[in-house]
Design a protein around this ligand. Structure first.
Ligand code: GTP
Ligand code: MN
Ligand code: MN
Ligand code: MN
Ligand code: MN
Ligand code: MN
Length: 205
């Protein structure tokens, strides 16, 4: 987990906002229970949203929040609107964890999770591509999200396809650790499968 990285440690949200000289960023994992089956055979179980970033890395929707301007949650909701076009309002109750790091920059990352109905999640997915047609072009110039993706929670018969292959992709910052934490704490996949994932505890730079 995070403890593998000397430069990244858990911190309470309350303590983090007293730090001087740190930037803050908030990201969110939106997910929904799903009865859908891949190839009519493999239960999808949960639809978990991440995004392809402009830099080719995978992370959660969200972004920098200037605490001089607004609360963490107001900033998160603005970023979700900019990047995903969604008007969901996340609150402090959706906060899962915060971490502080000083490399490559002094940054506190706040992570939120929110369970939606599958219908709501489908709306988020549909809205993310059509948002631009609804007058958000200007914001989208800055949002630079390349599109929502779903995390494959299953493993295919070859033992690699699905979640193990997904974990070999390049994640931004702590996003992979946040994903593992969320899957564990929300019990979206079991501990045995988590333990079998390649490098589940480390994050490449
Ligand atoms: P611009 O509006 O384009 O400036 O970006 P942004 O405000 O959307 O910020 P971004 O989402 O890039 O997040 C800010 C910083 O947080 C990044 O520089 C990364 O270091 C880090 N970051 C980005 N995504 C994630 C994520 O999913 N999890 C974590 N822990 N950190 C992230
Ligand atoms: Mn962002
Ligand atoms: Mn931003
Ligand atoms: Mn930026
Ligand atoms: Mn921006
Ligand atoms: Mn953004």
């Amino acid at each position: 987990g995070y403890s593998d990285s000397m430069n990244c440690r858990p911190i309470s949200k309350h303590e983090s906002i007293t730090l001087q000289g740190f930037k803050h960023a908030c990201h969110a994992m939106l997910y929904a229970r799903s009865e859908e089956k891949l190839f009519r055979r493999i239960p999808v179980r949960y639809a978990v949203l991440m995004q392809m970033r402009f830099d080719g890395r995978i992370g959660f929707p969200g972004g920098f929040v200037d605490l001089q301007d607004c609360s963490l949650e107001d900033g998160l909701n603005r970023e979700l609107y900019e990047e995903v076009g969604c008007t969901l309002r996340l609150s402090d109750a959706d906060h899962m964890c915060s971490h502080v790091t000083d490399t490559p920059q002094k940054l506190v990352t706040h992570f939120y999770t929110k369970e939606l109905s599958l219908a709501e999640l489908h709306q988020v997915e549909a809205g993310a591509v059509s948002a631009k047609e609804h007058g958000l072009e200007v914001m989208h110039k800055y949002a630079i999200a390349m599109g929502l993706i779903r995390v494959p929670l299953f493993t295919l018969r070859d033992g690699v396809g699905g979640l193990p292959a997904f974990f070999a992709t390049n994640f931004i910052g702590n996003a992979r650790d946040e994903l593992v934490d969320a899957l564990r704490h929300l019990r979206l996949i079991n501990e045995e499968r988590l333990a079998s994932l390649p490098c589940a505890g480390t994050s490449p730079q």
